[in-house]
Write a protein that binds this ligand. Sequence first.
Ligand code: ATP
Ligand code: MG
Length: 467
Amino acid sequence: MITKFIKRILRRDPMVKHTQANNTGAPKRIPKKAHRIDPHLLSKNAVKVTDTLQQAGFEAFIVGGAVRDLALGIGPKDFDVATNATPDQVQRLFRKARLIGRRFQIVHVTFFGKGHPEIIEVSTFRALLDNAGDHVAESGRILRDNVWGSQGEDAARRDFTINAMYYDPSSETVLDYHGGMADMQKKTLRMIGDPAKRYREDPVRMLRAIRFAAKTGFTLDAATRAPIAKLSNLLQDVPSARLFDEILKLLMSGYSWAAIQGLKDAGLHHGLLPLLDHILDSGEDSKGANDFVKLALANTDQRIQSGKSVSAGFLFATLLWPDLLKNWKANIAKGISNIPALHDAMDDTIATQSSGMTIQRRFESDMREIWSMQPRFEKRVGRYPYRLIESPRFRAGYDFMLLRCATGEQDPTIGQWWTDFIAADPAGQEALMTSAKTELGSSASSPAKRRRRRKPKSTSSPEPEAG
Ligand code: ATP
Ligand code: MG
């Protein structure tokens, strides 16, 4: 009774405002035996959302990357739902629902359970916009985007065919408007519509193309690939915060090394991060730097693929380390003593990055902390090791130091010493320090001078270790 009443109220809203004739064609309906999506990989909460919307009389589907991943047999990391209900209508159906954004108004429905809360992103079918409208900038870039449309229009707005499939958990059917399933079978990444036009609308799609190709191992369709080289300069118009987010996604995709190679092959890395230019353009002379970055990225990929967390601060600290090392050494050569030379080098390295895509402040303090910890790993006597181990970011600093050991830049016996020290009981720790003392003679017991140099700033970040 009450549900009926609610439904009636909800129905009073104008449902969708269609802008233009839907010439997007009928979808292909793919039954379970053809798509073979395993329902066990579905998020229960996402299904709750589609069920609730459908019971209220709306259409609702799991959409986008989640369907792509499900069809690949991978458990999606997040679930998006698309519906013909407006954001207001969606919001009224769920207790924990929040309207987000203006340009892309969506609803976040949050579920609290064991572990992390899960957010299901619900978006209303959006209309296709034509170039004549005021929604499109001169360059073709889409500026405003809140006009509701049909499912077919919504599908045509999406980027790649494999990202434009709709899965209905209740009937276990996939609706496929653009041959996404056939492209999955051909392992092809294909842009919907005219690729050049789609890149002009949103240049970030070029980066997405590279990221998805690296992640899925699919090949970019020739027509999808062809315009990228010519249009790469359009990325300069993209706001730097958005570019940063996209680069971060690329680096955290679990396939970062492949993706970076993909950027290079497509001629896309210039101006994204000065350090990418540096790494990808340099030849034999910076082989050491390349090795370090390559190892760091391989390590990151491995962690992400095995479901472990990686902190962005850690990642950027590794990517910038070769540059930092160079600056540090140059400062020492100028006669600046070790630790101040390191701190000056950190300032220089970070300042250089600001000329391209700014590395956001929130990661900067993590980076500084990880870097400034590095010389402290050499002090393995007295109270130093105990103090270091208590730093809030110790684990990240330690992981970072192990990477340096792996490329031979740091003495691997020091890495092993710390691994043993972490695992040892108090007596074992004392024994390890004695062994370090004899190993080093008296040189390691440098005085309290350095103690004061540790900036209070670097210990002020209370964030838990994620790396
Ligand atoms: P993942 O979340 O694994 O990185 P995804 O495909 O889910 O991949 P999202 O950024 O979460 O990527 O976007 C969800 C969906 O929204 C995409 O699958 C695609 O259909 C659509 N989409 C996202 N960004 C764009 C874009 N720039 N242009 C067109 N469609 C897009
Ligand atoms: Mg997604």
